[in-house]
Design a binder for this molecule. Structure first.
Ligand code: F6R
Length: 605
């Protein structure tokens, strides 16, 4: 889970590489490095920490050269230090890598036996050594081809060579790699977003492909070493500018813009004049669907869990949600009458992609719900529904979660309507509620201060719990995940009805507990569970649209949401739990946009 970039140009490339690396930092930020070809010599510079550390090194000692590669790392093999940082170079080649070489130990032994010495603990260095070895006797294309054939695992690679002063090589298997076309310069990058300020013309390598970039042209080869052509996509300019503006960090900006992203998404999918949902060409006739399986990781999985409740409520279709890392290895019976939905903000998550690949290999129908439309998951799915949230930079997913849930709800209602599972009046009423959603979100966003104040209760807590039933349960899970990842406080999301079966033992005097209690059919039961917690000393933050005063006595704080219909409660409950995680983390001085040990796009298993 790293970011790579490569540029060959007729002008100095180091500052463009650094700029692209800054855009790729969402993929990893524990070390950074660059190699350029300077007067026939490979000039490698690298360091632990962020790209800004690398920039400082280049400020003292600039990297010169018209071609080069760069890397931001999220460590898999070997601790994040200077030696393990990429690039990994010999005097002949320099390599940057995203992915994991599974047979690196075996290859290392093989090449050590030939007399090669390894400097780092990484799996990547074997690529450098193998390539160096082949180049002694083979031409360049054969050396690359033969090297790739020795590797087992996943990779996106960028390589430069001492003896080729107009050449960058890229290769892909499993991990994404985009190629960008410029005027007298060409680029490779882990995603198109990193290349967007340099070009809007992009091609994508498919698994097994490699490419040779020079200033004037790009040559593509497939896994059989046959020359191939690639389609060129033109990217829209709309999302070019990613700026946090007056906000302290990307996360607060991304939370704050959720009313707008919701509006944009609705503009894409709702035909308000006809009360219709513009989703067509679902790869199976909705009337034929026997089962829907929803698959994702982390926050995206929580949106799947949410959709399960909606699909059960509004359709007669059987439904299951799965964690992608489990689904991909389970002996799941894949069925041609089932629809498999893959949810991913980045569209690059390795486990979700592998689960999708498994479905594709079995010829079942797939749908990708993604934010990044140029992503691998979008390109592999039979059918793609973008969430139109715009770039999400904060590592903790916020607006993408709301966008995923919204698209899943719309898809559910569309399928339900096509199958005539839903009463037309109920459908119309729901659409009206959904149209109101951006305003309700805006109103909820305006109450941030209340959560900011209560956040103090959590900073010294040993742990906390988020409780909810029905539609609130997936949001309880999401609330706990957000708090964990941002503030490093242990948190669990529980179905409130489960408390008596064990977790109640954890409640002790003063422990802060979040109770999600919208006025829905579970309300009374959730209140009973809340009272059980209060009776054992729990300090409850209750999040509800119930306006009655009688409840308030024993509750530490009641956050009141605007009025809404219960089917859309998930969207409104999400806002305060995002604020809570954000403010607790802020009070604890945690890095909001880049929580420790994480990366935005998880492209390794
Ligand atoms: C949590 C978070 C992660 C991601 C997960 C899947 O805030 O962001 O749990 O949701 O890594 O990522 P995508 O959606 O890109 O597949």
């Amino acid at each position: 889970m790293c970011g790579i970039v490569g540029i060959v140009s007729n002008k100095s490339v180091s500052s463009s590489i650094i700029n692209a690396l800054k855009k790729l930092e969402y993929r990893g930020y524990d070390s950074a490095g660059i190699s350029t070809l300077n007067n026939g010599f490979i000039d490698e510079k690298k360091c632990s920490g962020r790209v800004e550390n690398l920039e400082k090194i280049l400020f003292q000692n600039p990297s010169v050269g018209d071609l080069g590669i760069g890397h931001v790392r999220w460590a898999t093999h070997g601790v994040p230090n200077q030696i393990n940082a990429h690039p990994h170079s010999t005097d002949q080649v320099s390599v940057v890598h995203n992915g994991i070489i599974e047979n690196s130990d075996k290859l290392k032994k093989e090449y050590e036996a030939k007399g090669y010495k390894f400097k780092s603990q990484t799996d990547t260095e074997v690529i450098t050594i193998i390539l160096t070895d082949f180049l002694k006797n083979e031409n360049l294309v054969d050396s690359v081809y033969k090297t790739l054939n020795k590797l087992i695992g996943s990779f996106a690679l960028g390589v430069i060579f001492k003896n080729y002063n107009d050449l960058v090589v890229g290769a892909r298997r499993g991990s994404p790699l985009a190629v960008g076309y410029g005027h007298n310069e060409n680029f490779i990058g882990s995603d198109s977003y990193a290349l967007k300020t340099m070009t809007n013309k992009i091609s994508y390598l498919d698994d097994g492909d490699f490419c040779l970039l020079s200033k004037e042209k790009v040559e593509f080869y497939n896994s059989d070493k046959k020359k191939i052509n690639k389609e060129v996509f033109e990217l829209s300019n709309e999302d070019n500018v990613v700026d946090k503006g007056d906000f302290k960090d990307f996360m607060s900006k991304e939370i704050d813009e959720q009313n707008l992203t919701t509006k944009k998404c609705l503009n894409e999918y709702l035909d308000k004049s006809r009360n219709e949902i513009n989703i067509y060409n679902i790869p199976i006739d909705p009337n034929q669907i026997k089962k829907i399986r929803l698959i994702g990781c982390g926050t995206a999985y929580h949106s799947c869990l949410m959709a399960k409740y909606w699909i059960e409520e509004f359709t007669s279709i059987d439904v299951e949600s799965d964690i992608a890392s489990e689904f991909r290895y389970r002996n799941v019976k894949l069925n041609k009458d089932d629809l498999y939905i893959f949810v991913s903000q980045s569209g690059e998550t390795a486990d979700t992609y592998a689960a999708l690949e498994k479905c594709k290999k079995n010829n079942v129908k797939t749908c990708g719900i993604v934010n990044v439309v140029e992503s691998s998951i979008a390109r592999l799915s039979d059918f793609v529904l973008p969430i139109h949230a715009g770039p999400e930079i904060g590592v903790a997913s916020t607006k993408a979660f709301i966008g995923q849930m919204l698209v899943l709800l719309l898809l559910t209602l569309k399928i339900s309507k096509d199958r005539k599972d839903i009463d037309p009046n109920v459908f119309k009423k729901l659409i009206d509620d959904i149209i109101n959603l951006p305003d309700l979100i805006k109103e909820t966003l305006s109450k941030q201060k209340e959560i900011q104040e209560i956040a103090r209760d959590f900073i010294n807590a040993k742990g906390t719990m988020y409780l909810g039933r029905g539609y609130s349960y997936p949001i309880a899970m999401e609330g706990a995940l957000k708090l964990k990842e941002l503030s490093y406080i242990h948190a669990e999301g529980y179905a409130a009805g489960e408390m008596k079966h064990g977790p109640l033992a954890l409640i002790e005097d003063g422990m802060p507990i979040v109770v999600l209690a919208p006025k829905d059919r579970y309300f009374e039961k959730t209140i009973s569970n809340m009272q059980e917690v209060i009776a054992r000393g729990g300090k409850v933050l209750m999040i509800t649209n119930d306006k009655s005063k009688t409840l308030s006595e024993n509750i530490r704080f009641k956050f009141e949401l605007p009025d809404f219909q219960s089917h859309i409660s998930a969207f409104l409950l999400t806002i305060p739990i995002q604020f809570l995680a954000y403010h607790v983390a802020l009070l604890k001085n945690c890095d909001i946009d880049k929580p420790r040990n994480l990366a935005k796009s998880v492209t390794v298993e």
